[in-house]
Write a protein that binds this ligand. Sequence first.
Ligand code: HEC
Ligand code: HEC
Ligand code: HEC
Length: 114
Amino acid sequence: MKTGSLFSAMIIGGILLSGSNSQAVDNKGAESIVLKGGSLGSITLSHRLHQGVLADCKPCHELFPKESQVVDKMKAEGKLQRKNVMDMCKKCHKDMADKGQKTGPTNCTDCHKR
Ligand code: HEC
Ligand code: HEC
Ligand code: HEC
């Protein structure tokens, strides 16, 4: 009995592990993501466009994990300050623009829409 239940626990554990692993590798998330941006209005991020154009998932996911609604959650918990994510977005756009490369906006209302 004892070895039997240990054996089933190992099988179940193995199934759970392999399931979550393949999801972590394959899941690219939503094509487009809307972020809350206060009184100026929300921001629509073309997630897939950025994934295609940038070399990897950094620098965005160095700041927060690959989870839905995590930016609002971390801001509420004080793990991200207001505008931390925004400053990261703008910094990349500004650095690339300074080098004359095609990039995203740095003007408030090109990101924030009411
Ligand atoms: C330009 C920034 C940026 C890049 C680059 C980026 N992501 Fe995301 N990702 C986000 C944001 C913003 C969210 C949503 C966070 C929230 O809802 O609070 C997110 C959420 C996710 C989620 C959670 C599900 C969802 O759609 O909300 C997954 C999965 C994910 N990203 C995978 C990836 C993978 C894989 C890569 C690299 C191939 C990547 N992301 C690159 C910004 C980015
Ligand atoms: C590259 C896109 C982008 C640009 C340009 C931009 N923002 Fe943002 N802004 C965001 C994102 C994404 C968030 C939500 C995440 C965060 O708070 O970091 C945000 C959040 C905010 C917030 C809400 C913070 C809070 O938690 O209450 C304010 C206010 C704001 N932005 C003002 C501005 C102003 C003013 C400008 C122009 C000087 C500006 N933004 C330019 C993307 C941008
Ligand atoms: C490491 C660099 C980098 C980071 C970080 C980054 N972007 Fe961009 N962004 C780009 C580049 C490059 C383009 C131009 C893509 C193209 O059109 O070829 C772009 C384009 C855009 C555009 C215009 C195209 C469109 O319609 O979506 C918006 C809006 C935008 N980014 C918002 C954001 C927001 C919001 C964040 C942060 C959550 C962010 N970006 C983070 C590099 C970056």
